[in-house]
Design a protein around this ligand. Structure first.
Ligand code: ZN
Length: 409
């Protein structure tokens, strides 16, 4: 068991390395510029001890990335069929681990699992109806562990220390999960900025028999341009996928990216600094992907599940290292080159067909101009404007290690 914990901690540590470095810098800056005294309270806040968790989403991404303490584990339009929960930065010398039990539809309560082990029936389609999470050992005496789930269109109240989150036995599945660790008797976890209901579901009626396309925008977010594109999408109830560059996610750009997420648009990963992945080591590939994931998680609470490799540059080792499906395109508008709205409009409207993935860039004004024509015109022609994941879910699904250009019937 020690081995399992250690292995999970190492994985989590790697994913969070950038964040940890960032926090340390902020902390050191604070020491340098602030004359206030740092007591044990501050120490407690920065020690970073928390829970991390991952769910299995059938026919889409498989196992999700690890979601950090108090953030939302969910994935658009699908529910988890299995779960695993682990701890990060457990206080040294303190015994105990995290234990969890799920109620799986049709099977009832399964055996308790612990410390990162999988529980549930991945790939079976059998949803989770309810969940219990608790700590043991010395951890149990020092900390409370809270759980809440999104079910039947609403978040349940927080429950703690092994109480049941969700309603079992009535066949309703859990869409999303939040778990958080608090000091003993410290009250419920703090509300997070990105506590939006998971994007899926109500009001989203995709007709699998009608044509659909995925508009994709790379290299943003870029607040003014991205926002104009969102206005066009909102006017027709359409969605698009934004493959963001991690280093662009800050300030107003981040706010606009959150708007996209809240509209049900998909946020994909386009690396941290737009690197050509075929020229990077495996370590560097993992780092640019995970640091971008972290930037998106900070804003939306949810990790991107797709990567678009910059320049479309990929090879077998890139595909195997990025840990998510790679999404290319079937229509290249060359908007970055022409910076001309009419050529972008023609590139789309003269060639579009069912199942296309259309490449544009939300950093150029002319692309926003073109989108103001393209978006309503596609709807007029009967196309449903869907995210890449939505499109894929009707056309054979997505698999890690593979790349996709279009999703035909
Ligand atoms: Zn790009």
């Amino acid at each position: 068991m020690y081995y399992i914990i250690k292995r999970n901690l190492l994985g989590v540590l790697k994913e969070n390395l950038l964040r940890i470095v960032g926090l340390s810098i902020i902390f050191l800056l604070g020491l340098a510029t602030c004359s206030c005294t740092y007591g044990t309270d501050v120490q407690a806040q920065v020690d970073g001890f928390g829970v991390v968790y991952s769910g299995h989403f059938d026919n889409t991404i498989g196992w999700s990335n690890w979601i950090s303490d108090n953030h939302v584990l969910s994935y658009s339009n699908v529910f988890p069929t299995a779960i695993k929960i682990s701890l990060e930065k457990q206080p040294e010398g303190m015994s105990g681990t995290v234990q969890y039990q799920i109620n799986s539809s049709g099977s009832g309560w399964l055996e308790w699992a612990e410390a990162g082990a999988e529980t549930g029936f991945p790939g079976s389609g059998a949803p989770i109806e309810a969940l219990k999470v608790k700590l043991n050992g010395e951890l149990e005496a020092k900390y409370d562990i809270y759980t809440r789930v999104y079910q039947s269109g609403t978040w349940t109240d927080w429950v703690k220390n092994g109480e049941t989150a969700g309603t079992d036995g009535v066949g309703t599945h859990i869409d999303a999960v939040r778990v958080a660790i608090m000091p003993k008797d410290g009250g419920v976890p703090e509300e997070i900025q990105n506590n939006a209901a998971p994007q899926n579901q109500s009001g989203r009626n995709i007709d699998p028999n009608r044509p659909m396309v995925a508009l994709t925008y790379d290299d943003g977010p870029n607040a003014p341009v991205t926002n104009r594109i969102l206005n066009s999408l909102e006017a027709v109830g359409g969605r698009a996928t934004f493959f963001v560059v991690g280093s662009n996610v800050h300030g107003r750009n981040a706010t606009i990216m959150k708007r996209a997420f809240d509209m049900g648009c998909e946020i994909g990963n386009h690396t941290y600094r737009h690197e050509n992945l075929t020229k990077l080591s495996a370590e560097a590939i993992k780092s640019t992907i995970s640091s971008t994931d972290q930037k998106v998680i900070e804003v939306t609470g949810t990790s991107p599940s797709l990567v678009r490799p910059p320049y479309g540059a990929k090879n077998a080792s890139v595909l195997n290292t990025i840990g998510k499906p790679a999404i290319l395109w079937s229509i290249d508008t060359l908007d970055w080159k022409t910076k001309n709205a009419s050529s972008t409009i023609n590139a789309v409207l003269n060639h579009v067909k069912d199942g296309d993935v259309i490449l544009m860039h939300d950093i150029y004004g002319p692309t926003a101009d073109a989108s103001e024509t393209i978006i309503p015109e596609l709807v007029k022609r009967g196309y449903q404007l869907v995210t890449v994941t939505e499109l894929a879910s009707y056309r054979g699904g997505l698999h890690t290690g593979k790349s996709y250009g279009a999703f035909r019937k």
